[in-house]
Write a protein that binds this ligand. Structure first.
Ligand code: AGP
Length: 610
């Protein structure tokens, strides 16, 4: 949650901080602030509640200039999103400023200890204790004071600290949320994620948990948790910075929906050869021994990533015959789970930094499982704690609502299912080739669905006034019903519920009347007739039916009020195709309702706290 930036170098710092915060606003957007140390050695702070634009206005009215500084965009955990609670926070003397991403669990205890020593607090945040502790330990060495402070903290944090008494120096540390240090020429950058530094440098160092870095214009020195020097290992980021911009689209979400054909192609390139049926998932470290000795696969994720896991279960059990358990990461970590000998646990996470998913996979590892990660962010924590990694190659996903990350997660899960099936001798070479051939058609088919955007917008116009929706599907389409409902509620704030179509008559059918539209996922499959019956039951109760069906299906048109079509495909691939019209439907409903599509209320892109 929260985005943090820092800069030390030869340029005017404020524009760099603001630009960086703009690129991180997806991480939190209920207040923002900057602290800058000027050449005279005094700290200037500007903060504003609400979106970043308010801080920009504040700075236009009351400018700051300086040589080094820090910035923050907040997703509130402790204390309301007010200016007083906005970061940076300062010590009583106004000499030290600090930004923080995370939660300090023992802050009440620390706060009373400080108050007993006469420290006065001016905010409700947990963060403020950190800056007062640094100040209390400061004896002319900022890094040493920060190191001592970290020993007192329980919880998770990424922090950046500046002191007016140690010019041209920033100290940063992490335990949980990410810190990226961008390496420039006579300048260096700190950020929560790669986009803010990409305009200046492609060489970055990802700090590890427990590490602390001292960053000056010419040097980055890193210490481990015990204070020992650690070599800074730089990685080169290969993303195209333009992919992190809106590129002419009104919203990132719309752009990212359109990018799905490319993202899926990129996730397949170098991994499959549809002419020879070869599948190469090298980085996953999956060989014949593991495929045949694996007792079960545990798929762990949150939100959309959990929905991807549900689809993965159908594929992997059917094609490869490996038992799959799917868990909400937030439940798994606390329920004393049974992990069989020979289990593999796989985290599914776009960001690679979701706190619940990281904790769940660590729990699985502690219980003896081998760890895999399907992840979109190179160098993220999830990729670093895993024995095998499959990168989704979606490129940066900025919109809070996950779209291309989801369909590339599905693509990777399907590849794992096929590879396991091959290694376990469950599918012939011809059967694999047939599937790879059809997989390669998906990007083109998705382009065809995206081209129906105007028609979907028109359907959105018709349904935007409804106050609640039911999404139904069976088999592989049930998780897509869940995902469709999640997309609609998170960006349009309309209540939506996903349900297995066959369960309707066990309760939810009581909801149906002419005020409750049913979005029914009914492309051709062996469950088609059954879903069609469920739709007719809903129609008989005056429900408004919006069907997602295979192109040319005349049958469903008879009892559907609206029909969106997806191309004919192997039924196995319907989840990938059916997701796309639902993403567009949610998008257009939200736009029509005037919602903030890319930054919906109360949410943040990366949930680095529990
Ligand atoms: C969905 O649109 C959300 N962005 C959310 O459910 C997300 O999938 C979840 O928070 C997990 O994030 P992760 O994939 O980065 O771990």
């Amino acid at each position: 949650m929260c985005g943090i930036v820092g800069y030390v170098g030869h340029r005017d710092v404020v524009p760099i901080l603001l630009e960086g915060l703009t690129r991180l606003e997806y991480r939190g957007y209920d207040s923002a602030g900057v602290a800058v140390v000027d050449r005279g050695g005094s700290v200037g702070i500007r903060r504003a509640a609400g979106k970043l634009v308010n801080l920009k206005t504040e700075l236009a009215d009351d400018p700051l200039a300086g040589a080094y500084g820090i910035g923050h965009t907040r997703w509130a955990t402790h204390g309301k999103p007010t200016t007083e609670n906005a970061h940076p926070h300062q010590d009583a003397a106004g000499r030290i400023a600090l930004v923080h991403n995370g939660i300090i669990e023992n802050f009440l205890e620390l706060r009373s200890g400080l108050e007993e020593r006469g420290v006065e607090f001016v905010s409700e945040t947990d963060t403020e204790v950190i800056v007062h502790l640094v100040s209390s330990y400061y004896e002319g060495d900022l890094a040493a004071a920060v190191r001592r402070t970290l020993d007192d903290l329980e919880g998770i944090y990424a922090i950046v600290v500046a002191s007016a008494d140690e010019p041209d120096k920033l100290v940063t540390a992490r335990q949980g949320p990410p810190i990226v240090v961008g390496l420039g020429e006579n300048e260096n950058f700190i950020a929560s994620d790669v986009p803010p530094v990409m305009g200046y440098t492609r060489d970055v160092v990802f700090l590890d948990d427990g590490q602390l870095a001292v960053v000056t214009p010419d040097e980055v020195t890193i210490q481990d948790g015990a204070g020992n020097a650690v070599e800074a290992v730089a990685q080169r980021v290969t993303w195209d910075p333009v992919t992190a911009e809106k590129g002419g689209f009104k919203h990132f979400m719309l752009k990212e929906i359109h990018e799905q054909p490319t993202a899926i192609r990129d996730s397949l390139i170098g991994r499959v050869n549809r002419h020879t049926g070869q599948i190469d998932l090298g980085e996953l470290n999956l060989d014949e021994d593991l495929a045949n000795s694996m007792s079960e696969l545990l798929l762990l994720g949150c939100g959309t990533s959990w929905h991807a896991a549900l689809v993965g279960k159908y594929w992997i059990e059917k094609l490869a015959g490996v038992p799959v358990k799917v868990d909400h990461a937030s439940e798994f970590r606390y329920r004393d789970p049974l992990v069989a000998d020979g289990a593999v646990a796989c985290a599914i996470t776009q960001s690679g930094e979701t706190a619940d998913t990281l904790a769940a996979t660590r729990e699985a590892k502690d219980r003896g499982a081998k760890l895999w990660t399907i992840c979109n962010v190179v160098g993220s924590m999830a990729t670093r704690i895993s024995d095998g990694v499959l990168l989704t190659q979606a490129g940066p996903e900025i919109g809070v609502a996950s779209t291309k990350a989801f369909t590339t997660q599905l693509t990777c899960l399907y590849l794992i299912a096929l590879k396991l099936a091959e290694l376990r001798g469950r599918l012939s070479r011809e059967a694999i080739e047939l599937r790879l051939h059809n997989l390669a058609r998906l990007p083109g088919q998705i382009e065809g669905i995206v081209a129906q955007a105007d028609k979907i917008d028109e359907v959105a116009r018709r349904v935007q006034h409804f106050k609640q929706f039911l999404f139904i599907g069976r088999g592989l389409l049930y998780p897509i019903a869940l995902e469709g409902a999640l997309k609609l509620k998170e960006i349009s704030y309309i209540h939506a519920h996903g349900y297995p179509a066959g369960e309707m008559k066990h309760g939810p059918i009581a909801l149906i009347d002419d005020g409750v539209p049913i979005v029914a996922l009914a492309p051709q499959s062996d469950l088609y007739e059954k879903t069609a019956s469920n739709m007719q039951e809903a129609k008989a109760r005056d429900g408004f039916i919006l069907a997602v069906a295979t192109e040319g299906d005349e049958n469903l048109a008879d009892f559907s009020d609206e029909l969106l079509s997806i191309p004919d495909c192997l039924p196995e691939f319907a989840p990938l195709l059916a997701s796309v019209p639902l993403q567009l439907l949610s998008y257009y409903v939200a736009v029509r309702l005037g919602c903030d599509v890319d930054q919906p209320r109360n949410l943040a892109k990366s949930v680095t706290v529990e």
